[in-house]
Unconditional design. Structure first.
Length: 223
C-alpha cells in the first residue's frame, strides 16, 4: 500500500542528479528501491486502479517510466533520469493521444492532462471543432478554469491562428496543449491518500480530456 513519499525521496533524486553514473547508482540501488521505485510503482498502481474503477468505460492503460534513459539518446546526459512519471491513457501507444500523468522530481512534482503528441492534422480538427461552436467550447474552458490549481500550457504559434479574444484565445493558438498542477516537493506528495488526490484532480479535467479524445478519434478514423 502506498504510504506517501518522504524527504528521503527528494534527497535521493538530488544526489542522483549530481552523481549520475552507473557506479554510484549501483551502490545506492537498495535506497532507490526503498525511497523511490517501490512507493512510485505503488502510487501508479493504486492511482490507476482507482481511476479505472471510476471510469471503466475508457479502458485506459497504465505506463510507468523506468529510471534508465535510452542509451541511444543520452546526448551527454547521465544514464539515469532524475525524475519519474507515469501516465494513464486510453491509447496503448506511448506517445499518442490525450494523457493523464503524474511526475516527481527532486524539487517538485506535477500532475495533469495533455495532448503533447497531437499532429498538425489533429490540431486543425481541434480548431475546426472550436469554430463550429465557440460558445460551447467557451463554457468548457470556463468550467476547467474554475479549478485554479491547473494552468494551461503549450507552445503557441507566432502568428495567431484565429481572431478570438478572452479565454478561447488562450486555447486556440497552441501547437500542443495541456493542463498542469505543479507544486514544490512536500505537502500532498507526502500523503498516503495521494492516489485519491490525483484521481480527484483528473476528474476535474475529464470534460476537456473527453473533448481532446473526440478529435483524436476523428483523426484515427481517417487513417
Amino acid at each position: 500500500m502506498f504510504e506517501g513519499f518522504t524527504k528521503k525521496t527528494s534527497d535521493f533524486l538530488w544526489e542522483l542528479a549530481f552523481n549520475n553514473e552507473r557506479a554510484w547508482f549501483l551502490e545506492h540501488k537498495e535506497e532507490f528501491e526503498q525511497v523511490l521505485n517501490t512507493p512510485f510503482r505503488l502510487l501508479a498502481k493504486e492511482t490507476y486502479e482507482l481511476f479505472t474503477l471510476r471510469h471503466p468505460e475508457l479502458d485506459c492503460k497504465l505506463h510507468i517510466a523506468r529510471i534508465y534513459r535510452d542509451a541511444r539518446r543520452l546526448h551527454g546526459r547521465g544514464p539515469y533520469k532524475d525524475h519519474l512519471w507515469f501516465s494513464i491513457k486510453k491509447t496503448s501507444e506511448l506517445l499518442e493521444g490525450p494523457t493523464f500523468w503524474f511526475e516527481i522530481g527532486a524539487a517538485d512534482y506535477s500532475y495533469g492532462m495533455g495532448f503533447y503528441s497531437a499532429t498538425s492534422q489533429q490540431m486543425e480538427e481541434y480548431r475546426r471543432r472550436i469554430d463550429a461552436n465557440p460558445a460551447a467550447f467557451e463554457r468548457l474552458a470556463l468550467d476547467v478554469a474554475r479549478h485554479s490549481e491547473f494552468k494551461i500550457f503549450g507552445e503557441e504559434y507566432k502568428r495567431p491562428k484565429g481572431d478570438y479574444e478572452g479565454i478561447i484565445a488562450q486555447w486556440y493558438n497552441r501547437k500542443r496543449l495541456g493542463l498542469e498542477c505543479c507544486r514544490d516537493f512536500g505537502g500532498d506528495v507526502l500523503r498516503a491518500d495521494l492516489p485519491e488526490i490525483l484521481v480527484d484532480g483528473f476528474e476535474k479535467l475529464m470534460p476537456m480530456y473527453e473533448f481532446f479524445l473526440s478529435f483524436y478519434h476523428s483523426n484515427e478514423e481517417h487513417k
